[in-house]
Design a protein around this ligand. Structure first.
Ligand code: EPZ
Length: 416
């Protein structure tokens, strides 16, 4: 298992290109199951999770060619079984459930199980499919779903689940009649999936809002699409500039998708402004302690909580960070404290008292965004920080160490 060795204290300077969004690419690739025609994808990020979903989709009958652009074609579905071995490594595998039931009327998908950040049930995915007429049975850790023909219906989501919305929207595209999904997720990645489905012939209204109306059609055809920029990768590099006292320029960054993050980073003192096709991010002399609460989009994204906390460790006062999406997304706190951070957890709140400096130490990554938080803190810490188990990081960040090195960081990937 590789580790990062970071010698901190160097301000980052230069340009960084943001990749396509992992959380847009995953549902959009799953959507290839909905048609027998080829789909061509541009700006697919070279990530471990993309490799995983391509493996899963290939097992179901999708034929891939190329890498960027990447072409996928499910001329026929050769299996409807998503095995535990794959699903347990990537929960987003659940995204094949809706498309399989819609395309071939059957799916046997392993329950994802929990992960480091929470139980992460899929009950709302199953409730919605049941309401659309699927027969769902849970047996020995697997979801068995069957439906001769899904029927349009009205679905209310108790929680605006992102992949739940995506699964049900994809299923509804081939259902008989109209499906209305209320309290739907509004994330840009959901909107991007809807845009792609409409290019394939789906009839969808309301994408980007909390009410989706999908009129089922007989068949969907192929299309060509481009993955939107990764707003979480962009936010991570913005924090990297802010925490190291640097000044960087982001390319392929969509500020429209990042209003909450930009607002909070600006409150913390960062200068963030569009400069032509790039976004300039300049660190403040003093990081202002700022409170955040994570909320569904357009609120502050939970996927930026750990990274923002790293920045607050060097704030000029006290920052209260409230995590309202996942029940256990403070795994990075104990590791940040090993670097000298002053953080107290009180239920869903973490109270971060800014310290003068962080001191390098070995730390352990536990999940994707926690890993990013530890790298960011290591970039600012005095001395050497080793971040172990960075396979978590490789799931969601393309060549992070290369990009940081190009910005002047002293960071090496070392086989542990
Ligand atoms: C998506 O996960 C993202 N993953 C996550 O990104 C992100 O953190 C999350 O949305 C929230 O924004 C992908 O898009 C592939 P949810 P998802 O269903 O869809 C509860 C990353 O770092 N819930 O919106 O799994 C759930 O427990 C990853 O890139 C139910 O109770 O998240 C959680 O508390 C991590 N029942 C809340 O809803 C359900 O059926 C939000 O979960 C579904 C969800």
């Amino acid at each position: 298992m590789d580790k990062f060795v970071i010698h901190g204290g160097r301000p980052l300077k230069g340009k960084v290109v943001i990749n396509g969004a992992k959380n847009a690419a995953l549902p959009m690739l799953a959507a290839s199951l909905l048609t027998s025609e080829p789909i061509t994808y541009h700006c697919v990020p070279a990530l471990q999770d993309i490799i995983t979903i391509k493996r899963l989709l290939s097992d179901l009958g999708v034929i891939f060619s190329g890498s960027d652009p990447l072409t996928a074609q499910a001329a026929e579905i050769t299996s409807c079984h998503a095995p535990y071995e794959l699903v347990r490594t990537m929960r987003a595998s659940i995204l094949v459930l809706g498309p399989l039931v819609a395309r071939v009327g059957k799916a046997v998908v392993s329950l994802p199980g929990g992960c480091a950040i929470g139980a992460r049930p899929v009950d709302l995915h199953l409730k919605g499919l049941t309401q659309m007429g699927a027969e769902i049975r849970l047996k020995r850790g697997y979801i068995h779903a069957e439906a001769r023909q899904l029927k349009g219906t009205e679905i209310y989501l108790d929680i605006p689940t992102v992949t739940g919305t995506e699964n049900l929207m994809m299923a509804a595209c081939l259902a008989k009649g109209e499906t209305i999904i209320r309290n739907a997720a509004c994330e840009p990645e959901v909107e991007a999936l809807a845009k792609m489905l409409k290019q394939m012939g789906a009839e969808i209204e309301g994408e980007g809002t909390d009410i989706l109306r999908i009129k089922g059609v007989e068949v969907l055809h192929g299309t060509e699409c481009t993955i939107i920029p990764d707003r979480i990768e962009a936010g991570t590099y913005m924090v990297a500039a802010g925490i190291t006292g640097g000044e960087i320029y982001l390319k392929n960054c969509c500020l429209e998708h990042m209003a909450a993050v930009v607002d909070k980073l600006q409150q913390a003192g960062l200068i963030i402004e569009k400069k032509g096709a790039e976004v300039k991010v300049k660190a403040p002399a003093v990081i202002k302690s700022t409170d955040i609460t994570t909320l569904p989009y357009p609120g502050f994204p939970t996927d930026m909580q750990a990274q923002f906390m790293a920045l607050m460790c060097l704030g000029d006062g006290v920052s209260v960070i409230t995590e309202k999406i996942f029940e256990n997304r403070f795994m990075h706190v104990l590791e940040l404290k090993r670097l000298g951070a002053d953080i107290k957890i009180d239920g869903p709140r973490a109270v971060v008292k800014g310290v003068k400096e962080l001191l390098g130490a070995p730390v352990m990554a536990t999940d994707l965004r926690a890993s990013a938080s530890l790298v960011l803190a290591g970039l600012a810490a005095k001395g050497t920080t080793e971040v172990l188990r960075i396979y978590h990081l490789d799931r969601g960040y393309v060549s992070m160490e290369e990009k940081l090195k190009a910005l002047g960081a002293d960071i090496e990937r070392v086989p542990a």
